[in-house]
Design a protein around this ligand. Structure first.
Ligand SMILES: Cc1cc2nc3c(=O)[nH]c(=O)nc-3n(C[C@H](O)[C@H](O)[C@H](O)COP(=O)(O)OP(=O)(O)OC[C@H]3O[C@@H](n4cnc5c(N)ncnc54)[C@H](O)[C@@H]3O)c2cc1C
Length: 431
């Protein structure tokens, strides 16, 4: 198999890249996916929110914030075009104490800096919240109306179908095992033969650090995987709130979110996700984690992640997450703090858990933004976490611009799906 550009990973990011590159350039694009379907892992195992960008620090999370700001309109247009769910339902971000309220004030300012309009965010006190959502108890809240619920698995499948119609090829059940770069050509040994390509884009989600290391790139970085688990609510809670309710995370410098009350696009309600440290990007089960534990522990001990293993605050937070993994009551009670009527005994079934990979630098700190690193014949997208699904299309446009600047592609066509690709690139790169 030969191609000009090979994308490793058919999650929502790799698929968005295939969609844009196959339509905006003359390049022969190939996507390798080890799983039997696109969006098999994190891209369909998430909360399904098109996140408004008020949660993201415009400096520290510049790329994520900018991409999320544009993602809303792009997903709305695409979902409407394809007849897929896109429910503009809004979100309530609540504070439970003074520190949380201070954080909300910061969010108001970030929202404005990230392009939300004044009417799209309202700062409310507890009484105003009770009028809107009588079951919710909090000190203050932001009601943001520019937030939506979707099914990212369906959106990814539809994007890939369009990419294939524009000439991209997709190989499923095909894992990239080994990559050799010599004389401007790259040979990828896969589980179903060798691929010869001119350029590699690593969009392998939780495996992206491993692939970059395989190619000698980003050796200063490592990652820790966190499993986000959900519990499905009994039907009696279907109309408990109109909107999803998130609480301000208590430790924003760590990737531990406090679980939310989620209303999905089809009305199903869930509590989640927590963030339980695991040892594999596919660590959904005890068996997979036990298998990967020795190698991952050794990798962590020899990298910046070692600092986390001896950081008392990280360890205490991680212990709390483990507890909320084994005890349904502990998990539900975290949401009960702002939704007092819910009762853990009304949650019978676990939802679909998803794993994120948070990158740690050599000083032992979590990296807040997405990372782009280039090799001689490759570009690697690392730390592509939440709100990665929201921003996937604009972020892919940003990568297209990056590749054009490197002289690897020429964006020769103006139209890409329903969008003028030049305009998207201009908007996302203004950051
Ligand atoms: C619990 C949770 C909730 C979230 N909620 C939201 C949300 O509501 N809104 C939002 O915007 N974002 C959310 N996110 C973040 C979002 O889901 C991710 O940022 C996004 O899905 C990442 O997409 P991806 O394509 O980079 O990765 P992935 O979906 O993981 O795709 C990578 C693909 O690469 C493949 N791959 C890996 N190695 C190889 C190899 N060697 N050869 C071939 N293929 C390979 C994998 O099989 C996988 O399919 C959430 C994340 C989590 C964990």
């Amino acid at each position: 198999m030969k191609s000009d550009i090979t994308i490793i990973g058919a999650g929502i990011l790799g698929t968005s890249l295939a969609y844009i590159l196959s339509q905006a350039t003359e390049k022969k694009v190939l996507v390798l996916e080890q799983a039997p379907e696109v969006a098999y892992h994190t891209s369909r195992r998430n909360t399904g929110k098109v996140h408004a960008p008020f949660l993201y620090d415009p400096q520290k999370k510049r790329l994520f914030a900018r991409a999320a700001a544009l993602g809303f309109e792009m997903w709305e247009t695409f979902a409407r075009q394809k007849g897929l769910p896109f429910k503009r339902d809004g979100v309530l971000e609540v504070s439970l104490d003074e520190a949380g309220t201070k954080r909300l004030e910061k969010y108001m300012s970030w929202g404005e800096q990230n392009g939300l309009e004044k009417g799209e965010m309202k700062f409310l006190d507890g009484k105003e919240v009770s009028k809107l959502e009588p079951e919710v108890k909090c000190e203050h809240a932001i009601l943001c109306t520019k937030d939506a619920s979707v099914d990212y698995g369906l959106l990814t499948k539809s994007l890939m179908a369009d990419a294939e119609s524009s000439g991209a090829s997709l190989l499923l059940d095909t894992a990239a095992l080994d990559i050799d770069v010599s004389q401007d050509r790259v040979h990828i040994r896969t589980s179903s033969g060798t691929v010869e390509t001119g350029y590699v884009i690593n969009a392998a989600g939780g495996m992206s650090i491993d692939i970059s290391h395989m190619m000698g790139i980003a050796k200063d970085l490592t990652d820790i995987h966190f499993r986000g688990e959900y519990w499905q609510a009994d039907e009696i809670y279907s109309n408990l709130t109109r909107v999803s309710v998130y609480s301000v995370p208590r430790y924003s410098e760590y990737p531990f979110l406090d679980p939310h009350w989620i209303v999905r696009h089809d009305g199903r309600c869930e509590v989640g996700p927590n963030a339980v440290p695991v040892f594999s990007p596919y660590g959904y089960t005890f068996a997979e984690n036990a298998r990967e534990f020795p190698a991952k522990l050794a990798e962590m001990l020899s990298s910046g992640a070692a600092k986390m293993l001896f950081d008392p605050q990280f360890l205490s937070l991680a212990a709390g997450e483990f507890l909320s993994s084994v005890s349904k009551t502990v998990m539900i009670n975290r949401v009960k703090e702002f939704l007092p009527r819910i009762d853990p005994s009304r949650f019978h079934t676990r939802g679909t858990a998803g794993v994120r990979a948070s990158v740690i630098d050599s000083s032992g700190a979590f990296v807040p933004d997405a990372i782009i690193r280039d090799g001689p014949s490759s570009t690697h997208i690392l730390n592509y976490n939440s709100p990665g699904a929201t921003g996937a299309l604009p972020f892919a446009a940003h990568i297209a611009r990056h590749l054009q600047e490197l002289g690897k592609i020429t964006i020769s066509k103006k139209q890409c799906g329903p969008w003028d690709i030049g305009r998207v690139i201009e908007s996302v790169s203004q950051a």
